[in-house]
Design a protein around this ligand. Structure first.
Ligand code: MG
Ligand code: ZN
Length: 204
């Protein structure tokens, strides 16, 4: 079993632009390719988990989400980085497309996407993490019983200042960006600490 890192998409992997309702709005944040390649090299399962309620709301078709994910994979490949799996929730209870307008269990902070990942991948939950730019991602982490790391890209800085102080669900760690979040994960205690320290050294 390998540990997984569940990474949010908008604001964590790519620039936060509200809805990514056109492929041209997908721009990878700096250091993301390197961050994910570090996770690949250190034998982590890398999973992107994303709410895309714009599908249910009729803002863009589900095909756009898929095309955006193909672009994301292509951009990451430039840094020899790859994702093991991408899971997203296209639903919203107040949507306009009947097919996607419902209460579901896969919309974060519900943990349907984690359950799906666990059913398809051999994940060591004891050593897994969640990374995201919103309190919603930290709640998702708490609900899945995983440490949640808040990044200060996307909505992160505002969430940290205005939202996080008023909640009981605190991040396990706060990182400037995805690369720093990953470096922190690789420095945590564990049976693979030395291995990961070497990978960090090799990539520094
Ligand atoms: Mg986000
Ligand atoms: Zn859903």
């Amino acid at each position: 079993m390998r540990p997984a890192v569940f990474i949010d998409r908008d604001g964590t992997v790519n620039e936060q632009h509200g809805y990514i309702n056109h492929i041209s709005r997908f721009i990878l944040l700096p250091g993301v390719g390197k961050a994910i390649s570090l996770l690949n090299q250190s034998d982590h399962i890398v999973v992107v988990t994303s709410n895309q309620s714009g599908v249910a709301r009729g803002y863009f078709p589900i095909e756009l989400v898929k095309a955006t994910h193909e672009l994301m994979k292509k951009e990451l490949a430039k840094d020899n980085a790859y994702l093991d799996k991408i899971y997203f929730c296209p639903h919203h209870p107040d949507g306009v497309l009947p097919e996607y307008s419902k209460e579901c269990s896969c919309r974060k902070p519900d943990i349907g996407l984690v359950k799906k990942a666990r059913s398809e991948l051999d994940i060591d939950m004891e050593r897994s993490y969640v990374i995201g730019d919103r309190l919603l991602d930290i709640e998702f982490a708490h609900n899945a019983n995983l440490p949640g790391i808040l990044v200060l890209t996307g909505y992160g800085r505002g969430e940290l200042e205005y939202i996080v102080p008023h909640t009981g669900k605190k991040p396990a760690y706060i990182a400037e960006d995805l690369l720093r979040a990953v470096r922190w994960i690789l420095k945590q205690e564990g049976p693979h600490k030395n291995l990961w320290a070497n990978i960090l050294k090799k990539n520094s």
